[in-house]
Design a protein. Structure first.
Length: 274
């Protein structure tokens, strides 16, 4: 068992592969309800807005949500870390491969196929006509790519985001499942899975505190919080003044689970107000 993210092109069998792997090997395939339930414990407004996220709406929505209130992106990343810490999970798309890119116990999979093959699959599995399937593929791929580019400034096609890329032009569902199983065994050999939950929960703590600071402390929009083992928190980024720097550190230190704050925030002497 491992932690797996699966990014996929529409009609490439990515969804079917994820479901088969979960059913055969006992993984928990995370659903939108899992994210919304976890979000409701931290921010009910975020939970309601995530409904749009899981319909993978266009970038205009995310510009309004994440770029107007960056704290929501921090909260979403905290949810990904928390859910991944459960282990034995599969997270489908939505930038999880980017959020978890620095966690070595995570296997990041990309499922692709030529357009012709994807059209045939959608026609056979979902009863679409070829023109409708082609239009669906173009629209769906564009929307997913735009989401990742808008939020993370990353190209979801870039090979560096993945450990394993599966081309289902000549692989069926079961062949892809077997390939993932082999990759999982090597990930487990190289990176002990039991080390992942504490690291993931520490990262989640950092993101929760980061969101709190960005929401409630004026001038903390560009503050980042990195959680480490034992509740240690490292603050980086910039604030307008020394007063803001102190306010951010004090609020961070009051958050549940934080045992130590390392304040590396920069500030401008020209913005110093007290």
């Amino acid at each position: 068992m491992a932690i797996i993210t699966i990014s996929r092109l529409a009609g490439s069998l990515g969804d079917e592969i994820a479901r088969a792997l979960a059913a055969q090997d006992g993984y928990r395939l995370l659903e939108p309800a899992d994210f919304q339930e976890a979000a409701s414990r931290h921010d009910p407004e975020l939970a309601s807005r995530l409904e749009h996220f899981f319909r993978e709406e266009g970038p205009g929505f995310f510009e309004r949500l994440f770029f107007s209130r960056p704290a929501y992106l921090s909260l979403y990343e905290a949810l990904v870390f928390e859910l991944a810490a459960q282990r034995r999970v599969i997270i489908m798309g939505r930038g999880a491969q980017i959020v978890l890119r620095d966690v070595p116990q995570v296997l990041r999979v990309r499922v692709v196929a030529p357009t012709r093959r994807r059209v045939l699959h959608l026609c056979g599995a979902h009863g679409m006509d070829p023109d409708g399937a082609l239009e669906f593929i173009r629209e769906h791929d564009h929307r997913r790519e735009a989401l990742v580019r808008q939020i993370y400034a990353k190209d979801p096609e870039h090979w560096r985001l993945y450990d394993l890329v599966l081309n289902t032009e000549r692989l069926d569902e079961q062949a892809a499942v077997e390939a993932i199983r082999l990759a999982v065994e090597q990930i487990k050999r190289l990176f002990p899975l039991e080390e992942a939950p504490p690291a993931l929960l520490a990262l989640a703590l950092g993101k929760r505190v980061e969101a709190k600071l960005r929401l409630e402390v004026q001038g903390a929009r560009h503050v980042s919080a990195q959680g480490e083992a034992g509740g240690r928190l490292i603050l980086t980024g910039s604030v307008p003044s020394r007063k803001d720097r102190q306010a951010v550190e004090q609020m961070a230190a009051r958050q549940p689970g934080v045992t130590e704050v390392v304040n590396q925030l920069r500030y401008s002497v020209f913005g110093y107000g007290g």
